[in-house]
Design a binder for this molecule. Structure first.
Ligand code: ZN
Length: 164
């Protein structure tokens, strides 16, 4: 079910989310709500605090629009519970980021280009994998949300901009 996205003026976004103790039906429902809300808003990633739940869960997915000239590779849907970034590459890249909690605003943020992630999947199974480039950027952005950190705190030039 689609939920309302918590916006930038809500102090909830600055809070730290609590680890999930058990991947039960309620958590799976929350994960589905995250996916539905992300897709309904054409987002590439969303964290549970952004739908008002201070739990360590994120979802992400990127599908290149049909006919798009964008060359970013598709990123398959993933739900990560209690995600931990256990390795960050020294190599970084500055690139554009937006956030569903900051509609229509973008900024330049520096992120590691490669990371190693440990998490539970939506079935509660422990998984570990490497992510790079756009996927690594999304995960770093969403894991920051779980710690109450927003991309506007990491802008390389302190500027937000809009295309509208
Ligand atoms: Zn965000």
């Amino acid at each position: 079910m689609k939920r309302k996205v918590v916006l930038y003026n809500n102090p909830l976004l600055l809070k730290k989310s609590a680890p999930v103790r058990e991947v039960n039906a309620a958590i799976q429902k929350l994960a589905h709500n995250l996916i539905d809300t992300m897709r309904a808003n054409n987002g590439v990633g969303l964290s549970a605090p952004q739908i008002g739940m201070l739990k360590r869960i994120i979802a992400y997915e990127y599908k290149r629009p049909k006919g798009s000239k964008d060359i970013t590779p598709n990123v398959p849907l993933r739900v990560l519970i209690n995600p931990e970034i256990i390795k960050l590459s020294k190599k970084t890249k500055v690139d554009e980021e937006g956030c569903l909690s900051f509609p229509d605003l973008f900024g330049q943020v520096k992120r590691s280009t490669g990371i190693r992630v440990r998490a539970l999947n939506s079935k509660g199974k422990l998984i570990e994998f490497d992510a790079k480039d756009f996927e690594a950027r999304i995960i770093q952005h969403e894991v920051d949300h779980l710690d109450g950190i927003l991309f506007i705190q990491k802008l390389t030039d302190n500027k937000l901009y809009t295309y509208k």
